[in-house]
Design a protein around this ligand. Structure first.
Ligand code: NAD
Ligand code: AHE
Ligand code: ZN
Length: 370
C-alpha cells in the first residue's frame, strides 16, 4: 500500500511530502496509522547531518500516536484498533538490560534501529523501487508506519492523539529525567539549561516533585513567561548577565550550587556550565541534549573529585510499555499540562514550516495532525 510521508532525501534540505510504498507487517511487527506527531529538536539534528547515525533517504519523526491497523504473525500484546504510542526506546522485557531493572536502554533492536531498518535487516518503505530508511525505529512523519511489537505502548482510547503524541518523546524525557534519572527530592534546587520542548517538561517535573528554586537559563527572552507558568522561580539570560557569569549567578542564587542541573540544548560548552553550577560534594548534572558528531565535553577533573557527578538520560529513563500509559493517565487526570506547550498544529504538507518555527525559537512544540 501507499503512505503519505515527509521524506528526508539529503542533509540540510527540506523534507519532501510525497507518497511512499509501505510493505505489510512481518512477524513480530505492527502496522500503525499515525494520527499525530510532534517535531522534536532531535529530528532537526538528524536532518542537519550532524547525527553519526543519520541516513538518507529516510522518514524521520519519533514522537507519534496512532492506531494499530494490522499485526504480523506472533504479535500478541496489541491488536487492530488499539491506540498506541511508538517507542524509540523499546521494552522487550527479556534482554539483560530490561531484566536488570537498572536502565531503560533495552538492547533488543538497538542495532537495527541505528541502521534504519526493521529487526530483520530490511526496510518496509520504498520509493520508485529504492528503499527509504526508517528512523529511530519509529518514522512517524508518515501516515502509516511499521514498528516492532516491543516498541509500542498501548494507551487508553479517550486520550487525544494530537496531545499525547508529545509523550512519545518530549514530555516523558523531561519529566522522566527528573523523576527516574535524577530522582530530584522535595526542596532541591534545580537549574535547567534550555527552556524548549524538553526543558519546560523538566521544569514541570521539578515542580511536581516539590523542588524549591527552579532556575531556568535560555538565550531566548520569550521563554521566560512560559517557564514561569510551569514553575520556574528565577530566569537567567546569558546574553544579559554574561555567558561567563552564569555559573556564579546560579551558585549565588542557591547558596552554593544547584542540587541538580539538566542540560536540554545539546551544547557541549553549556554542558560544562551545567556541571560546574552544581553543589560541591553532591551536585548532579544530567545531560539530555544531543550533541553533534565529533563534539566532546570537558571540565577539570577537580569538579568530579569534589563530589559533582555527570550523568545522562535517554527517554527520561522511562520503560516505555510500562511507564508511557501511566503518563497518559497523568495527562488525562490533569496532573500534567501538555496543551500549553503545543503552540502550533499543522498538516503534514506544512512540516517544513514547523521546523522553521523551531529554528527561529517561535514554537515550543509543533504537532502535525494527519
Ligand atoms: P528546542 O529547540 O525546543 O529547545 C532548545 C532551547 O535551548 C531553546 O529554547 C533555545 O533558545 C535554547 N538554547 C539554545 N542555545 C542555548 C544556549 N547556548 N544557552 C541557553 N539556551 C540555549 O529543543 P528540544 O526539543 O527541547 O530538545 C532539546 C535537546 O534535547 C536537543 O538536543 C534534543 O536533541 C535533545 N533531546 C534528547 C532526548 C534524550 O532522550 N536524551 C530526548 C529529546 C530531545
Ligand atoms: N544517533 C544519535 C543518537 C542521539 C541520542 O542520544 N538519542 C537519544 C534520544 S533523542 C530523542 O529526541 C537516545 O535515545 N539515545 C540512546 C540511544 O540508544 O540512542 C547520535 O548522536 O549518535
Ligand atoms: Zn525527541
Amino acid at each position: 500500500m501507499k503512505t503519505r510521508a515527509a521524506v528526508a532525501f539529503a542533509a540540510g534540505k527540506p523534507l519532501q511530502v510525497m507518497d511512499v510504498e509501505i510493505g505489510g507487517p512481518k512477524a513480530g511487527e505492527v502496522l500503525v496509522e499515525v494520527k499525530a506527531t510532534g517535531l522534536c529538536h532531535t529530528d532537526l539534528y538528524t536532518l542537519s547531518g550532524a547525527d553519526p547515525e543519520g541516513l538518507f533517504p529516510a522518514i524521520l519523526g519519533h514522537e507519534g500516536a496512532g492506531i494499530v491497523r494490522e499485526v504480523g504473525a506472533g504479535v500478541t500484546s496489541v491488536k487492530p484498533g488499539d491506540h498506541v504510542i511508538p517507542l524509540y526506546t523499546p521494552e522487550c522485557r527479556q534482554c539483560k538490560t530490561c531484566l536488570s531493572q537498572r536502565s531503560n536502554l533495552c538492547t533488543a533492536i538497538r542495532g537495527t534501529q541505528g541502521k534504519g531498518v526493521m529487526p530483520d535487516g530490511t526496510s518496509r518503505f520504498s520509493c520508485d523501487g529504492a528503499p527509504v530508511m526508517h528512523y529511530m525505529g519509529c518514522s512517524t512523519f508518515a501516515n502509516f508506519t511499521i514498528l516492532p511489537e516491543i516498541a509500542l505502548a498501548k494507551v487508553r482510547e479517550d486520550a487525544p492523539f494530537e496531545k499525547i503524541c508529545y509523550i512519545g518523546c518530549g514530555v516523558t524525557t523531561g519529566i522522566g529525567a527528573v523523576i527516574n534519572t535524577a530522582k530530584v527530592w522535595a526542596g532541591a534546587n534545580v537549574a535547567v539549561f534550555g527552556l524548549g520542548g524538553i526543558g519546560l517538561n523538566v521544569i514541570q517535573g521539578a515542580r511536581m516533585v516539590g523542588a524549591d528554586r527552579i532556575i531556568g537559563v535560555d538565550l531566548n527572552p520569550a521563554r521566560e513567561e512560559m517557564a514561569r507558568k510551569f514553575g520556574m522561580t528565577d530566569f537567567i539570560n546569558p546574553n544579559e548577565v554574561g555567558h561567563d557569569k552564569v555559573v556564579q549567578a546560579i551558585v549565588d542564587l542557591t547558596g552554593g550550587g544547584a542540587d541538580f542541573s539538566f542540560e536540554c540544548i545539546g551544547n557541549v560548552k553549556v554542558m560544562r556550565q551545567a556541571l560546574e553550577c552544581t553543589h560541591r560534594g553532591w551536585g548532579e548534572s544530567i545531560i539530555i541534549g544531543v550533541a553533534g558528531a565529533g563534539q566532546e565535553i570537558s571540565t577539570r577533573p577537580f569538579q568530579l573529585v569534589t563530589g559533582r557527578s555527570w550523568r545522562g538520560t535517554a527517554f527520561g529513563g522511562a520503560r516505555g510499555r510500562t511507564d508511557v500509559p501511566k503518563i497518559v493517565d497523568w495527562y488525562m487526570q490533569g496532573k500534567i499540562d501538555i496543551d500549553s506547550l503545543i503552540t502550533h498544529v499543522m498538516p503534514l504538507d506544512d512540516i517544513n514550516h514547523g521546523f522553521e518555527l523551531m529554528e527561529k525559537g517561535e514554537s515550543i512544540r509543533s504537532v502535525v495532525v494527519y
